[in-house]
Write a protein that binds this ligand. Sequence first.
Ligand code: AMP
Length: 195
Amino acid sequence: MSPLRMVILGRQGSGKGTQSARIADAYGTVHISTGDMLRAAVAEGTELGRRAKAIMDAGELVPDEIMNGVVAERLAKPDVVERGFLLDGFPRTPDQAEALAAICDGTDRPLTVAVNLEVPVDEVMRRMLARGRDDDTAEAIARRLELYEEQTAPLLAWFAERGLLETVDGLGTEDEVFERLRAVIDARLDRAAAG
Ligand code: AMP
């Protein structure tokens, strides 16, 4: 079976992070969360972290040219080449989607699937206020949701046009959602194997 190369899309608070960790575990693919990478950079006080901190606290997006570089570098690492990847939090803008396409399209390592984990706005708002992360102020949450609708939601059509989009209902228990994700991923992997 070829490695899983997947993008997971969904509003912040949709359960993307939790489900991504489970998928990475089940399929042996590398979970790449750009939010986690940025938080690690902030904690370590690297140049990237210093540039990203204020942007993240405000719920704004780190500039595309920075993110595209960070992700391109990560996707070129041997573990990812061998085991595949699950991108969580990237792409978030059309420019980032184009950067990903430039890496994957027309290679022997194409994207397997882009999954939209669908959870309504009122539910993600409730969940984000409950998790109480440092950058989860009401203002930052509202701004992130606004940016999602503006910048990220259009990517659903972009992936659909390329025949890569699957939508999964993100409401229900963690196990229920995971089983739904497995069903669409397995079907796509079978299809890829059949050529
Ligand atoms: P997340 O953990 O995915 O919610 O990301 C937390 C914060 O990191 C976001 O609110 C953004 O400020 C920043 N971030 C993460 N991924 C990206 C990305 N692909 N493009 C721009 N900013 C990002």
